[in-house]
Ligand binder design. Structure first.
Ligand code: ADP
Length: 435
């Protein structure tokens, strides 16, 4: 694999590093690299740029940082070359996902967790690893190449560093090879620490969002309750004769709705903690999905009437199975409440039907606002709302529903046309089990 390099001058515009390379010690390079990567407060993405630059600075001439994404795809996360135009050619060639230049080779390095070293290199080598018959032109003359995997101390491969030298007289040698391995293991450790740190920051930010949304949402019904209490006290002092039954009953009903809303919000917040702290072992008993659905809808009759929507149920007389009664009730209540809340007074249809293969299907269709295609996958995540406008909410209901559905072995999906309405469909095995 090791070919003898040509003895020619570096490409015009590039500094000649031959003297520096012959004089420097391994320790010098390590100290320089260490210093370049030392800052602890850099964000993860900035650290990647810093890494590409630090590697290119000490190993010469260029560096591309690849990261392996959660879905197994390769991301060209950062690239560095000291010359601006060359850097943009580098981006053009390597960093554009559609080009995929180098991807095949880098994939192989990652899969095998083995370094690739080619002291004398030409583009046809990459071609051999490319899916494309005609890879893009590479304006940058790379004459020597090292691709090294980024492996953490516990053996996980985060990605790879691709390093290239342009000068034909300064091919990488065994010393560079040893250095790049040291750099890669140091970089992997640094990236892993930065990722954990950024996950921690995200968790703290999520907790702060949670607290601010929760306190905002809890305050709204509380302020209404306080207003009612103040008003009633004022009237009791100033014009007690006004406090007739006719006057009081609607006010008391409104207070009760406010308390119910608070109760519902507190319940959602507690559910989040229950789900996160205790896991989700369901309490399985034999129960009837249709009876549970009808009872839940009955409980929502006031909200339904107020919304102006009519509701029809498509269901037989009973649909027996083994589920967690409270969770089923919660699932139905939440989906129907949302249909009422976002349905704009249009008709709602709820269905409970048996399906083939010992499954049952529960669906709730409304003719309301609908949900844009980009928001549809998001709304099942915590604190996610399709839009910030419209009725208030914590953005937690569908997340809790999905967790409950999955704890019973089922799945939930949505189909929706903005402006025309939405259908939420829950599919459950007829007999949930604890494994
Ligand atoms: P919340 O309603 O408290 O905001 P959910 O988790 O129940 O939280 O719903 C998340 C988001 O999904 C809502 O904010 C809303 O934007 C959207 N959504 C849920 N159900 C419907 C529906 N039936 N029609 C239109 N949008 C909906």
């Amino acid at each position: 694999m090791v070919d003898a390099p040509d003895n020619t001058v570096p490409p015009s515009g590039l500094e000649d590093h031959s003297e520096e390379l012959s004089e420097r010690s391994e320790a010098d390079v390590q100290v320089r690299f260490y210093q370049a990567m030392a800052a602890t407060d850099v964000a993860y993405e900035d650290l990647l740029d810093r890494l590409a630059r630090a590697v290119a600075d000490v190993i010469f001439d260029l560096c591309v940082v690849y990261l392996l994404e959660g879905d197994g795809t390769l991301r060209c996360a950062a690239a560095y070359h000291p010359h601006r135009e060359t850097l943009s050619s580098l981006h053009e060639a390597f960093a554009r996902p559609q080009n995929g230049l180098g991807d095949g080779l880098v994939h192989q390095v990652i899969q095998r967790q083995e370094l690739y070293f080619r002291p004398r290199f030409n583009l046809s080598v990459l071609q051999a690893y490319s899916d494309q018959s005609d890879p893009p032109d590479l304006d940058i003359p790379i004459h020597s190449l090292i691709v090294v995997p980024l492996v953490t101390t516990d053996g996980r491969c985060l990605g790879a560093l691709l390093m290239g030298r342009q000068s034909t007289s300064l091919a990488y040698d065994k010393r560079d090879l040893a250095l790049t391995q040291w750099i890669a293991s140091h970089a992997a450790m640094k990236l892993e620490t930065a990722r954990l740190y950024s996950d921690l920051q995200a968790a703290v930010a999520e907790r702060d969002t949670f607290i601010s949304i929760a306190s905002h949402e809890l305050r709204t019904p509380l302020s209404t309750l306080k207003l009612h209490a103040q008003m009633l006290q004022r009237i009791a002092h100033q014009t007690p004769e006004k406090l007739t039954l006719e006057y009081l009953l609607p006010k008391l009903a409104s207070i009760e709705r406010g308390v119910d809303r608070l109760d519902g919000l507190i319940d959602q917040l507690l559910n989040v903690h229950r789900i996160m702290d205790d896991g989700l072992t369901p309490d399985l008993t034999s129960c009837d999905l249709i009876a549970i659905t009808r009872t839940a809808i009955q409980r929502l009759s006031f909200e339904l009437e107020r919304s102006g929507s009519t509701l029809t149920i498509t269901a037989g007389s009973s649909l027996q199975g083994t589920w967690d009664r409270c969770r089923l009730d919660h699932i139905v209540t939440n989906l129907v409440s949302n249909a009422i809340k976002y349905g704009r007074g249009n008709p709602i249809e709820v269905g409970c039907v048996p399906e083939a293969g010992q499954q049952v299907r529960l669906y709730v269709t409304d003719g309301g606002a609908g949900i844009s295609p980009d928001a549809q996958p998001r709304i099942f995540e915590r604190f996610e709302r399709a839009t910030d406008s419209g009725p208030a909410g914590l953005g937690l209901g569908l997340w809790i529903v999905r967790e409950y559905v999955e704890s019973l072995g089922g799945s939930i999906s949505v189909t929706s046309t903005p402006g025309q309405g939405s259908t939420f469909t829950v599919t459950l095995p007829r007999h949930a089990s604890l494994d």
